[in-house]
Design a protein around this ligand. Sequence first.
Ligand SMILES: NC(=O)c1ccc[n+]([C@@H]2O[C@H](COP(=O)([O-])OP(=O)(O)OC[C@H]3O[C@@H](n4cnc5c(N)ncnc54)[C@H](OP(=O)(O)O)[C@@H]3O)[C@@H](O)[C@H]2O)c1
Length: 330
Amino acid sequence: MRSEDEYYQRAIVRNFGPAERVVKIETYRPPPLAADQVLVRMTHCAINPSDIITISGAYAHRTELPFVPGYEGVGVVEATGGNAFLNVGDRVWPLGSAGAWQKFKVTDSRWCFRVPAGLSDEQAAFAYVNPLTALLLSRSLMSSPALHVAVNAAGSAIGRILIRLANRVGIRPIAIVRNPRSLQLLSDLNLRVTLVEPGDKLSALIAEVTSGAGLDIVFDAVGGEEGARLASGLRVNGVHLHYGLLSGTPLPVSLTTTRPDIDLRFFRLRDWVHFVERGELAREMSAVSNLIRCGVAATPVEACYPLAKIGQALAHNAREGRQGKILVTC
Ligand SMILES: NC(=O)c1ccc[n+]([C@@H]2O[C@H](COP(=O)([O-])OP(=O)(O)OC[C@H]3O[C@@H](n4cnc5c(N)ncnc54)[C@H](OP(=O)(O)O)[C@@H]3O)[C@@H](O)[C@H]2O)c1
């Protein structure tokens, strides 16, 4: 049985740095609720690159210390303020802020979205960051089976969802991974070709695969020189969608002069979520839930840790060649 202290645990970051070192567990008591707030008892939460980057201090200018990390998770409404429109017992996604890595999250009820029945807690915990981003990135772009599409970090959770979304319209993407072990993650996907870190050979390979036409769309989660090499394989007016910085290095500024003829786009879910109406966000979460249920946006889990062992969970998350995400139970 859990002690009361264990019951009120949260992860906390008091100094920026490597997540395994700076994320600590502490006991706390949630504050009283304001009228429009709810107390959400978190049940499951995800570890994503965006959490690790925020903890590292890369966004120190907009991150106030100390903070509870975790942009994604699912929980149950435990108590409501007088004006909250949710009911005790509702299963919800508390979105729009960090703080999923704790037992109880106090948040604005307008930022809580009901989780549809039929979605397990495990899948609901991974429904937001990657599936929603993949859906928004792919919409309107992947329209014809004839398109030449390339996806890097193809073994990542979002890379695989993007490929499945492409497969749904008959597109067979070019998939690029850095680690041969990631190839087995692609075995159930319909791909034109899989490449392991092709480096300087990439341009020739793209020319061969596209019969000289060039790529129509690049989904780039890596940036740096690898992202730039992919961009140089685009046809005129081809779209380079840059949505992640796994290499830790931005796309070179010179790209805008070497390839002024491409359509270079940047996407951050955070910006989109704070820009749209809540009704639209609710509709998209419903669309995402359907995609998860039919397997297109499902997220495989490699391991699950209790919140008390967040340090071990973070160390596992940092391993190369992971075969799925790390889930945390609160
Ligand atoms: N813009 C947005 O709003 C948004 C939303 C969602 C996700 N993202 C971004 O999408 C990316 C993937 O997220 P995820 O949650 O899907 O990741 P994930 O499932 O946790 O996996 C990370 C993947 O990245 C690969 N990787 C790590 N460093 C790499 C590098 N330098 N070059 C190539 N591959 C590398 C790993 O491959 P190995 O097997 O080789 O270790 C692994 O496949 C992240 O950059 C994330 O920030 C952005």
